[in-house]
Design a protein around this ligand. Sequence first.
Ligand SMILES: [Zn+2]
Length: 245
Amino acid sequence: MKPTPTSPPELAPLLAFGAHPDDIEFSIGGIVAQEVALGRRVHFVVCSRGEAGTHGSPALRTKEAKKAAEILGASIEFMRLDGDAHLEIKARHAIKLAAVIRRIRPVVIVAPTVVPTQHPDHWRLGTLVRDAARLARFGGMKELRKNPPHAIGQLFFYALSPNAEPTGVTPVIVDISRAHIVTSWKSAMEAHASQMKTRNYLELQLARARMHGLASGVGHAQLLFPDAPIVFESLAAISRAAQRF
Ligand SMILES: [Zn+2]
C-alpha cells in the first residue's frame, strides 16, 4: 500500500487566559514566543487591569501588558469580570469566556492552575476557563448563539509559581531554549517594570526555566499541566530532548 502524504498540522490559534496583566508572560512567555515563531496566532484575554496591585495604576498595567503582548507577537484583549482580587465563580463568567472560545476557535487553551494555594483570582479563573471550554461545545447555549459550537483539543494549565503546580499531574515540558525565544520572553517580562519594584520576578522565572531545563536535558523549559490525557496522532510528535542526558 502506498503511504499517504502527510500534511503539516493546521496551526489553529492558541488562546491564553490571565487573571492579571502580567500572569501569562511571567508563567509561559517563552512558550508564547515559541508558538508565534512557528507561525501560530496567539491571543491573550486578561481578566483585570491589576487594579488591586500595590504598584502601578490600571492604566500603566494595561499599557505594560499591551507592550509585552506586542513583543511576544500576541494579540490582547481585556475583559471585565468582577475586578482584580474580587473574582468569583459564576455561570455568567464561564459563559462570557466560552463566547471568546467560540470567537477565537483555538485548538489549545491555557489558563492558570486550579490549585488553591495561590492568588484566589488565579485558580478561580482556571476553574472558569475549564467550565467555559465545556460550555463552548454545547449546541443549546442560547447566550452563545452568535458563533457555532467549538470543541478545543486540549486545555493546559500554567503555574505562576512552584506552589501553584498541581501534584499528581505529569506536566508537558516545552523546550524554549532557542536564543531569540528566551530574549523575547525576557523583554516581555521587562515590559512589566511596575511589577518588579519589590522582587526581581524576571530573574526568578528565568531560574525556574533553567531548573526545568536541567531536569529535562535542555537549556530552558516551561511546564504545562494537561487537564485531560494527551492523545498523539503519531509518535513523531515526541522530541529527542529527553535523551540528551
Ligand atoms: Zn496574577
